[in-house]
Design a protein around this ligand. Structure first.
Ligand code: MN
Length: 508
């Protein structure tokens, strides 16, 4: 199913009755044409629905209240065709709870030099109408995205499309349950945080689920279902022919992995969860139903299906990955949970190997993943373990994490470039190799200064603009490490933000 299919973004045109009913009729006709054009452009992932002109405080309030209460509506676009005195927007904006995009555009592209008269001027006033509206948003501290550009232009529509994808992820986050099988890895600080605040600020609800309950699902998985899933693995992934020998120990490991996947998917579906975490020290009791190995292959495949995932109890990464996956729908190169694994000092090409003991999403694979079974000597049950092995595509991307600073959440974003790795014959795990922008020393240095995790949520297709929109909607801090970053400037930004968030209690 298309994740965006049943969603809508509402388009509300600001006008007023000063210029008479004919003007409003013309505004309405222009707005209809623009909305039809936006939808026909093929660039917007979510349908735009025109909701008419708003000519008074009552009309604004009414349409914004309706937006709040309509679950299909994930955001509202406003545009002032004529001058729209902004006091009439106050009551509505006080109540609007959906993300807002203010589009500063104009129905006509160019000035009609030869024919323009005062009637035309009165009708086509977005040049100052949008400034009046911008003022009231600024005065009221309304969080919003401002997009400036001609409505038919590709870049204008691209920026609206970015915001729409973020709105879809935002709506999804308000209904996201993260299930934690096992707790946080003991003693780890950066992946922990305030779950109550996370739900208030970003929407994600985080619950604990005893592994014993997961094992009840595990015990109920039917052998025929497992056989069928193992068959699917062999069809989908490259593998040694010997793995198909049903009497072999390696086959048993793959079979048990498939059973773990079926158990996890069943409990996630049953509980309506969209994300989950695991902990390698909590795999069920050996005297009952239990996982014989870390369910890494299951996590890899469930991530590709859209389930958020965080290893070692990292619920913030699990939640954020789910949002990344939603934003990434239909985009070409994919996304994954990743971990800073080990460093490669190589002058200006210094890089960081991104991997995990198992759990990397195959959506970022450069080719067909390979199904392999190898010993994994970590966790409560050290064992031969099935996994998908691949290296990632090359190219630029963007990685993100959220950390809890105690008085606020900080979203840290880093532009990166995935480069060609060398073969790793003795490390059979999925991996990516990247250079953080602007260079290894500055990128990694800034990330560490900001308190960023070793886990992050990566995508080739998303850019910092997505994260700016996300942080604006959530009202959380965002810092972006990019080609322009200097450590001095970045430190200053962190210090200024500290003051800003201390003073601006509403955002803490
Ligand atoms: Mn980890």
């Amino acid at each position: 199913m298309n994740t965006f299919e049943n969603l809508e973004v509402w388009f509300v045109t600001g006008a007023q009755l000063l210029y008479g009913g004919d003007a409003v009729i013309a505004v309405d006709a222009h707005s209809n044409e623009m909305v039809a054009g936006l939808n026909a452009g093929g660039r917007l992932p979510v349908k735009v629905v025109y909701k008419g002109t708003a000519n008074s405080s009552k009309e604004v309030e009414s349409v914004f209240k309706a937006a709040n209460n309509d679950s299909r509506c994930i955001g509202v676009i406003t545009w002032m065709h004529t001058f729209s005195p902004a006091k009439m927007w106050i009551h509505g904006l006080q109540q609007l709870r959906k993300p807002l995009l203010h589009l500063h555009t104009q129905f006509n592209r160019e000035i009609p030099w030869d024919t323009m008269d005062m009637d035309f001027m009165n009708l086509n006033q977005s040049a100052h109408g949008d400034r009046e509206f911008g003022h009231i948003c600024a005065r009221m501290r309304v969080r919003r995205k401002v997009v400036v550009g001609y409505w038919q232009d590709e870049d204008t529509q691209r920026r609206i499309a970015v915001w729409m994808r973020v709105c879809a992820a935002w709506a999804d986050a308000q209904d996201t349950l993260v299930l934690r099988f096992g707790d946080q890895m003991n003693n780890v600080a950066v992946t922990d945080g305030d779950k109550v605040e996370a739900e208030q600020r970003m929407g994600y609800h985080v619950d604990y689920c005893p592994v014993s309950e997961l094992m009840e699902y595990h015990a109920r998985v039917k052998d025929e279902e497992v056989d069928a899933l193992v068959g699917e693995y062999f069809r989908l992934y490259d593998h040694d022919a010997a793995l198909e020998d049903a009497g072999s120990a390696a086959y048993a490991k793959i079979w048990n992995s498939a059973k773990a996947e079926l158990a996890l998917r069943a409990i996630l579906k049953d509980k309506g969860a969209k994300a989950f975490t695991t902990n390698f020290d909590d795999l069920g009791q050996t005297d009952g139903s239990h996982f014989d190995q870390i369910p890494g292959l299951a996590s890899q495949r469930l991530m590709a299906e859209g389930y958020g995932f965080g290893a070692e109890g990292d619920w913030k990464s699990a939640a954020l990955y789910r949002s990344v996956w939603v934003m990434n729908q239909g985009l070409p190169k994919g996304c994954s949970f990743l971990e800073d694994y080990t460093l490669n000092f190589d002058g200006k090409d210094s890089s960081i190997l991104q991997a995990h003991m198992l759990e990397i999403c195959p959506l970022i694979a450069s080719g067909r993943p390979r199904l392999e079974v190898h010993f994994l000597g970590i966790g409560i049950r050290k064992s031969e373990t099935a996994r998908l092995v691949f290296t990632s595509k090359t190219g630029t991307g963007c990685t993100a994490t959220v950390v809890d600073m105690g008085n606020r959440f900080r979203l840290i974003v880093n532009d990166v470039e995935c480069i060609e790795p060398k073969p790793l014959p003795k490390l059979p795990v999925a991996s990516a190799l990247w250079k953080p922008m602007p260079d290894f020393e500055t990128g990694a240095g800034a990330w560490i200064l900001a308190g960023g995790t070793h886990h992050s949520c990566f995508s080739y297709d998303l850019t910092a603009e997505y994260w700016e929109d996300y942080a604006e909607i959530a009202g959380i801090e965002m810092v972006h490490i990019n080609k322009e970053t200097t450590l001095g400037g970045f430190r200053k930004e962190l210090r200024m933000n500290e003051v800003y968030y201390m003073l601006n209690k509403a955002l803490c």
